[in-house]
Design a protein around this ligand. Structure first.
Ligand code: PSU
Ligand code: MN
Length: 304
């Protein structure tokens, strides 16, 4: 496909044989969770995907190569380096590749590399979106633009209310990105199943998710589909606790003048500190839950 892409032998074989493959991002490892829980979680997510009948492809940039399928050693390397690894969005790819550097892939770059490799389904925790106060900062995640143009289904647990969820949905509507709720009419808010906002369609089975994505691909409509999968009730955070932590984190980021690509990692780390680690436990469980759904959906898509 291109000389910068390096697909692992296992992932390439699965793709050649039409077997289900699920992409996974690496910014969640380097910037989304602390070491060593980040590495433990990444490996557990890969195992969960295997247990549900698909091959995992953790995506990252290592030594200037776009990797579709990382080894456990590469996952350990990214997890240990943490924030020292460049958080790589679409705009970072040309220079990182030319310099043969490393990069942790966000939702945006994971979608780009998955599409290059031929992977259609991607599981993560949360996506970026329109930040609160975006009417003055213009801070809108590149993830939304990527969903508008790259044909990958992204399975997430909704978006955190560090974002303006209403504006995020408006943006996705404008860009023609279907937002589906798995077993729910309501957009989940990452740590809790409830946001008060409606999704476009409720979908109840992996087969139905696969059919919608297949229809989109068959019609040649560009862009992806966003599947929002609510965190199971037993792992959800109390809404008042998490909302208070998020409000405090956002206020502090404004006070400190945090901006640009630092904003999301700053807010994620602050929320984790303010909730004494409870949010990390929820975060891990919702990612595993998304991995299960993505693997089942990839398996359905492989049958079509
Ligand atoms: N939201 C989370 N966890 C994450 C991220 C977002 O709940 O780890 C990461 C993802 O990699 C996402 C990126 O693509 O942050 C968005 O960053 P930004 O807002 O700078 O676009
Ligand atoms: Mn941003």
């Amino acid at each position: 496909m291109n000389k910068y892409l390096s697909t692992s032998a296992e992932v390439q074989q699965a793709l050649n044989e039409g077997k289900p493959v699920v992409a996974l991002e690496s910014t969640i490892i380097s910037h989304g969770m602390p070491y060593p829980q980040n590495v433990e979680t990444a490996l557990k997510v890969e195992q969960t995907i295997r247990d549900n009948g698909a091959v995992p492809a953790t995506i990252a940039i290592i030594g200037g190569k776009l990797k579709a399928g990382c080894t456990p050693e590469e996952i350990e390397y990214l997890g240990k380096k943490g924030h020292e690894v460049t958080k790589a969005s679409r705009r970072d790819l040309p220079v990182l590749i030319a310099r043969k550097a490393d990069g942790a892939t966000t939702v945006t770059t994971t979608m780009i590399i998955a599409a290059m490799a031929g992977i259609k389904v991607f599981a993560t925790g949360g996506i970026g979106g329109v930040h609160r106060g975006a009417e003055t900062t213009m801070d809108i995640s590149a993830d939304l633009e990527e969903l508008a143009q790259t044909p990958v289904m992204v399975v997430c647990a909704g978006a955190k209310s560090i974002l303006d969820l209403g504006l995020t949905l408006e943006y996705l509507e404008t860009k023609g990105v279907p937002v589906l709720g798995y077993g729910t009419d309501e957009l989940p808010a990452f740590y809790t199943p409830h946001s008060g906002f409606k999704v476009d369609y409720r979908v109840d089975t992996p087969a139905e998710l696969a059919a919608a994505f297949k229809a989109k691909l068959d019609m040649g409509l560009k862009g992806g589909i966003l599947v929002t999968n609510p965190i199971p009730d037993e792992y959800a955070m109390p809404a008042d606790v998490i909302n208070k932590a998020i409000d405090e984190a956002v206020a502090e980021s404004v006070k400190l003048g945090i901006h640009g690509k630092e904003t999301t990692p700053f807010l994620l780390a602050k929320v984790k500190d303010l909730t004494g680690g409870d949010s990390l436990a929820s975060n891990i469980q919702l990612v595993l839950n998304n991995a299960r759904l993505a693997a089942k959906t990839a398996a359905e898509l492989a049958k079509q």
